[in-house]
Design a protein around this ligand. Structure first.
Ligand SMILES: Cc1ncc(COP(=O)(O)O)c(C=O)c1O
Length: 511
């Protein structure tokens, strides 16, 4: 519809969003120059700027939808400055919070290239080369971790979605009725899933959203190393069968979100075989470490799983977003997700079948996430990943050792590339352990907040056996030993200052 009085010139149409080659080139060069400078200067910047949401919002005023056009070079310049000056940088060498990696620069360029061509990787006919690159990426990720390359799989937005895809395939495969036709209410029998208490919260969402209900999750106890207790698992399965519930899925975690613990995967596989259950491994964080020549037997057990979730945007260092679901038998994905509506003409020919990724997961139209993962794998190869993942683990181990050299720090756990510890002042009284523990939790929580705001380093927290811990997760190819070695001093300096300010009188040293 044309609201102006002029007749539109549809022959020489000039769309306001179009940017012609020469201008695009100029804008692109300018932006890439700025990004290169930003990446070089990252070490000199604070990890984060500790500004309030209100202050940040103010930068975006006036909050009025633009009515008219603006020059693209000004906009890109301004957007780059906003991002460079008001972000938290997970690409900084001293960022070790949560499980977010430094992003490979080739991934940033890959995203630009993917967006420029903009294939819709929902159907092969809409993305001929992109669909094949995604298929190859899936095979290579499987090769990397030693999973069968004949598996099915696809790239999704992250770990939650990858686990959901596998969860849904497991539900379809193991329900004893036609769950797609009849839904969850057809049978008066509860489908039951088993996961350790350390499992990431995706399992809550999956149980709630996919019709099982939160009560269907059996939270299996863990041992002193935060690994699933196998006898508790088997006991619970037998109890549920005796109650006429329908156990269908066991989730093993390869690198728990809090401490990086790896469940005893080969033993879980054996229990799943014994009771005919789907064995899923949440390897969102730790699965890539299975490529290391000295990977533990426990971790390598992921090769026996019916499905594996793994996040390239964690330990393959892809820029956000990139998760990956692998399912041993591709048929289970198609059986769960495929539909063939009349308005699709995607089937191709029988002698040379196409891969239509919309049939493998929840999305229909899909972006070309695979390109950044594929280019990362090609740029450094398995060798490069072995080096980077191995170095991250060695640095986390060095941190654990360094922490042990300070009397006011208590090293608590070290698994994969996660180290946890806490600050414990030397002069705490020893006659009231309950009050001391409660104060140490408060002190370390406040210490974490101060550390995060300081901009000097960024770590996160874990709670293990009721203890509030500081947690460094190194999935960062920019981190060096000197970065890691400054952490204890920073923690002690901030911790001592805080302790002198907030310790209650009742816990002060008595003369
Ligand atoms: C073990 C594990 N599973 C799943 C997830 C969720 O991944 P995402 O945040 O990419 O959805 C995480 C995130 O840290 C994780 O550590």
């Amino acid at each position: 519809m044309n609201f102006s009085n002029q007749t539109p010139d549809l022959v020489n149409r000039k769309a306001p969003l179009e940017i012609q080659g020469d201008e695009f080139r100029k804008l692109g060069y300018q932006l890439v120059d700025k990004i290169a400078e930003f990446l070089d200067g990252l070490p000199q910047r604070p990890v984060t700027t500790d500004e309030s949401p209100r202050a940040i919002r103010k930068l975006l005023e006036p909050d009025i939808l633009p009515e008219h056009s603006s020059p693209a070079n000004d906009l890109l310049d301004e957007a780059a400055d906003l991002l460079f000056d008001h972000s938290l940088f997970n690409g900084h060498s001293r960022f070790w919070g949560y499980i977010t990696s430094s992003a490979a620069p080739i991934g940033a360029l890959a995203d630009l290239l993917a967006a420029a061509v903009n294939p819709n990787v929902g159907a092969a006919v809409l993305s001929p080369i992109a669909s094949e690159i995604e298929s190859q990426t899936i095979r290579w990720i499987a090769d990397l971790i030693g999973y069968p390359r004949t598996c099915g799989g696809l790239l999704v937005s992250g770990g939650n979605m990858a686990n959901f895809v596998c969860f849904l395939a497991a539900r379809k495969s193991k329900a004893t009725w036609d769950i797609k036709d009849e839904g969850m209410s057809a049978v008066n029998q509860r489908l039951v899933v088993y996961a350790s208490k350390e499992t990431h919260t995706w399992i809550d969402k999956a149980a709630e959203l996919f019709g099982l209900g939160a009560k269907s999750v059996r939270w299996i106890a863990t041992n002193a190393n935060q690994q699933m207790d196998m006898s508790a698992l088997e006991k619970q399965i037998m109890a549920d069968r005796a109650e006429n519930h329908l156990p269908f899925l066991v989730v093993g975690t390869a690198g728990t979100v809090s401490t990086g613990a790896v469940d005893p995967l080969p033993e879980i596989a054996a229990i799943c075989r014994k009771y005919d259950l789907w064995f899923h491994v949440d390897g969102a964080y730790g699965a890539p470490a299975a490529t290391l020549p000295d990977a533990s037997t426990e971790l390598v057990g992921l090769r026996e799983a019916d499905s594996v979730a793994l996040d390239p945007h964690k330990w393959l260092y892809s820029p956000l977003e990139a998760g990956c679901a692998l399912v041993r038998n591709p048929y289970h994905l198609v059986e769960t997700f495929s539909h063939h509506p009349d308005y699709y003409n995607f089937d191709g020919i029988q002698e040379d079948p196409t891969v239509n990724f919309y049939e493998f997961g929840l999305q229909n139209s899909r972006g070309f996430r695979a390109l950044k993962v594929w280019l990362g794998l090609r740029q450094v190869g398995r060798e490069g990943y072995i080096q980077m993942i191995g170095d991250d683990i060695a640095l986390a181990q060095a941190l654990y050792k360094a922490v042990g050299n300070y009397p006011t720090l208590q090293a608590v756990t070290q698994n994969l590339s996660i180290t946890t510890f806490r600050f414990v002042p030397l002069d705490m009284p020893n006659d009231d352990p309950t009050s001391v523990e409660s104060y140490l939790n408060k002190l370390n929580e406040e210490l974490l907040n101060s550390l995060q705001k300081s901009g000097k380093v960024f770590i996160s927290n874990a709670v293990v056996e009721g203890k509030y811990l500081l947690r460094a997760c190194i999935v960062n190819f920019r981190t060096t030993l000197s970065d890691v070695e400054v952490l204890p001093e920073i923690v002690i300096s901030l911790g001592s200052k805080l302790d002198s300010e907030i310790r209650p009188k009742s816990l002060q040293p008595r003369n």
